[in-house]
Design a protein around this ligand. Sequence first.
Ligand SMILES: [Mg+2]
Length: 243
Amino acid sequence: MLLNQTESDNERMTQRSVTEYGYQDLEKLMSLMTGDEKHSFSATSTLDVIWTLYDSVLKIDPANPQAPDRDRFFLSKGHGPMAYYAVLAAKGLIAVDDLKHWGEFDSSFGYHPDGELIPAVEIGTGSLGHGLGIGVGMLMGLRLRKQNEPRVFCLIGDAELDEGSNHEAIAMAARMRLENLTAIVIDNNSASLGWPGGIATRFENEGWSSATIDGRNHEDIKTALTQSHPGVPHVVVAKVEEK
Ligand SMILES: [Mg+2]
């Protein structure tokens, strides 16, 4: 809870209608969640990208979050999901009241998001290095079903690129010309090993298009996430402050 926030503030937060929530409310929504402070930095490094995705990029209907033609968002970096949950609540995809119970024994909202328990969450994540590969597989499956509309946006951390599974997915996505795939790398310069030429170059060498942007600038984020990339997957490297 914020220092100057009271229990009645929290009640008022819970009782507002979804259309009233904006970016300025996310900090208060996140403050309803306590108990995972060790991941608080990881939670907020993703905040502006996730907000922009749900505010102006993703085609997802809160009244029907599992519609077959929806866009898919995977928080591959599943630890520290506070920003994710806060944005889902602000957009009416989960109840604001659920935030107050996260991490409790009988809550669906754990410290790692669970796609089996929360309809608005696509996949269970937290163990790193799985999201991009699942995204490739999902788009291959959609292609077989001749569903060409859904797009997959997969958010990973710069240190998550140390997981070798990502590199199979990076190569595969380009060979299969998965133009509906966008990877977003939140780069706070935390990787142990790094990549020669930088993160974007790692993807470009396999045939991806890329954009490297300020991960706190909503206009830059929206432009990078909506730019055309026919025939190839796209990566957005979103730079944020170092931990
Ligand atoms: Mg990082």
